[in-house]
Design a protein around this ligand. Structure first.
Ligand code: DGT
Ligand code: CA
Ligand code: CA
Ligand code: ZN
Length: 581
């Protein structure tokens, strides 16, 4: 998080706590407004002169004082005071979809709810219906929200786990005793959420490695520790398991601990069928009775590819190890699926500038895309209904199109498209008229509001956008947030068939909070012959780095580069765009 990000989070927390504590509405809105204003700043609020800060609309004297306090002490006295007054379990209730600070306050003051357990008790006893605006429908929604929260609890989004694992591996690799080290488990398979991080190492000095691991700054608690395995809990509440294995068994251990369990079971069955045994120590010859002779040495164990080869298979990428047909696809001699890779991606087709809710100018975004070696960029600010995200009314959109086109002379080697991320309204109509849409080079149509629509209506809504002749791609088709909200419940097969028929692409929104389409739906869309766009939905410069999560999701859906719009060459991509017009 940038420094401004931390200040913004502090102001948002102040607003939430104040609201739960019943502060007056003006104070709460002032805090929210301060948060939004700081969020939009392009320089570091903590280093700005007080007079400059205070001259900004939305920042008053007390905000300046709080920013100053934060920049010198790293926190705010008021924040600490408010936190002390609100039960910790109460703020956690805000993670439940649809439950805002106002309702949390009435739950607390009227029903003495202080955490999830007491909330559930209030629902079960029926006491909850005593609250204002708490009818059967709201209670039903609340129950669904709780169920969703409980399902996702304990699993961490890949975008939070991967950087932590990479930093850990990089750090421990510098120890002279470490011969090999890698992360395994669901993280290596690129799942959207991670239960715990599994790290595997080969080392000439296991005790020293374990010691270094335990001594890391972000370790909050050591759960178990020994010569071969240490588990810790980080300050972020994430469990990390570190296992030390002999160097010559690194491959079989990596295979075993990468999983999935289902993939491993298939491999073991295959070994047994060939009079062999596979385990974390290697691949062994089996005797008549199926057992391995005491002290037998492994046929292979050092590297994953040689184990697969001995089983009559080609090396299976970790993202495809889910027992979804990979053993057949990777049989020795088979022409294996050619899945898309990060290096294939040469275009970004969904991004936001300062014209709506992005942090960069047109030229800044294009420059970054160019630096990444991209040949094409489509700039797609929000449409008019997204007023809170700076959505563009028609006159401003027309100016913006001209401004984007004008950038072409400054970036002659880039293919630059003036686009829009147009809202798909709840009835399936689009947020601009066809006349306006026809002036755009590129149209991403996305659902943003009414994300709890009933399934039939929701499917009809997205289908209408897919069939619309001026739409190129459906952005984040379900609107879900990983561990946040389930999004639209769509009849996916109908969508895929229509997308194929109307030659409309579907997006994998690469933001790790979204990953929408999800991996299993990518596979369905791929099989139906749809084109898929992997877009970073860029709002700020670091968003381009979200690409890898989108690519991992695509790989888990077996998406070949030939079905990925962003992997086409500039000419083919443009030809694909034009066939819609
Ligand atoms: P997670 O952590 O819940 O996101 O998922 P994984 O896949 O990382 O699972 P985890 O951490 O329990 O174990 C890591 C890998 O170790 C797993 O993918 C396969 C292997 N493994 C663990 N326990 C077993 C087991 O009881 N049987 C088999 N066959 N493999 C196991
Ligand atoms: Ca794991
Ligand atoms: Ca584990
Ligand atoms: Zn969007």
């Amino acid at each position: 998080m940038s420094t401004n990000g931390k200040v913004v989070a502090a102001f948002e927390e102040l607003a939430v706590l104040s609201e739960i504590l019943g502060a007056n509405g003006f104070k709460v809105s002032a805090l929210r407004r301060a948060a939004r204003t700081i969020e939009a700043l392009t320089s570091d609020a903590c280093t700005m002169e007080a007079s400059v800060l205070q001259a900004i609309d939305g920042i008053g004297a007390s905000t300046v004082a709080k920013i100053h306090e934060f920049s010198t002490t790293g926190t705010m006295t008021e924040l600490l005071e408010l936190r002390a007054q609100v039960p910790a379990g109460l703020t956690q209730l805000l993670q439940i979809q649809g439950l805002g600070p106002k309702t949390v306050r009435s739950l607390w003051t009227d029903l003495e709810v202080v955490d999830l357990a007491t909330l559930k008790a209030a629902i079960d006893s029926g006491a909850i219906s005593k609250l204002p605006r708490m009818g059967p429908k709201s209670i039903e929604n609340l129950k669904e929200g709780i169920e969703f929260l409980e399902q996702s609890r304990g699993r961490i989004r890949i975008g939070e786990a991967l950087p932590i694992a990479e930093a850990l591996v990089r750090e421990l690799k510098t120890l002279p005793s470490v011969q090999r080290i890698a992360y395994a488990g669901s993280l290596r398979r690129g799942r959207e959420t991670i239960g715990d991080i599994d790290v595997l190492a080969a080392s000439t000095d296991a005790p020293a490695l374990m010691e270094a691991f335990r001594a890391r700054l972000d370790v909050a608690k050591v759960l178990v520790t020994g010569e071969t395995k240490t588990s810790v809990l980080t300050k972020h509440g994430m469990q990390i398991d570190l296992r030390v294995v002999p160097l010559d068994r690194f491959g079989s251990a990596l295979l075993y601990f990468t999983g999935s369990t289902e993939h491993n079971i298939r491999l073991r069955e295959r070994a047994i069928a060939q009079q062999m045994r596979l385990n974390e120590y290697g691949l062994f010859h089996a005797r008549e009775d199926g057992t391995v002779a005491e002290g037998a040495s492994a046929i292979v164990s050092a590297e994953e590819p040689e184990i697969y080869a001995a089983l009559g298979l080609q090396w299976v990428p970790p993202t495809m190890r889910e027992d979804r047909g990979e053993l057949d696809a990777f049989a020795t001699g088979a022409k294996v699926p050619n899945v898309v890779e990060i290096k294939d991606i040469r275009a970004e087709l969904h991004c936001h500038t300062v014209a709506s809710d992005g942090a960069m100018t047109i030229d800044e975004i294009i420059t970054l895309a160019q630096q990444r070696g991209f040949h094409t960029i489509a700039i797609t600010d929000h449409s008019k209904s997204q007023a809170q995200a700076g959505g563009l009314p028609e006159p401003r959109l027309l100016e913006h199109i001209a401004a984007i086109h004008a950038a072409r002379t400054r970036f002659p080697t880039m293919q630059i498209w003036a686009g829009s991320e147009v809202d798909i309204l709840s009835d399936g109509s689009l947020d601009y008229t066809d006349e306006i849409l026809a002036k755009l080079d590129w149209v991403v149509a996305s659902p943003h509001a009414a994300l709890k629509q009933e399934s039939k209506l929701a499917t009809a809504r997205i289908l209408a956008a897919i069939r619309h002749p001026l739409v190129h791609v459906i952005g984040h088709p379900t609107g879900r947030i990983v561990n946040g909200r389930p999004g639209l419940e769509l009849a996916m097969d109908e969508l895929f068939a229509a997308a194929k028929q109307h030659s409309t692409a579907l997006e994998i929104n690469a933001q790790h909070l979204r990953l929408d389409l999800r991996d299993t739906d990518v596979r369905g869309a791929m099989n139906a012959g749809c084109m898929i766009a992997i877009n970073c939905d860029v709002h700020g410069d670091t968003d381009f780095d979200e690409l890898r999560y989108g690519v991992l999701t695509a790989q888990r859906g077996w998406l070949p580069a030939s079905q990925c719009l962003n992997a086409l060459d500039a000419k083919s991509l443009n030809a694909w765009r034009m066939q819609k017009r």
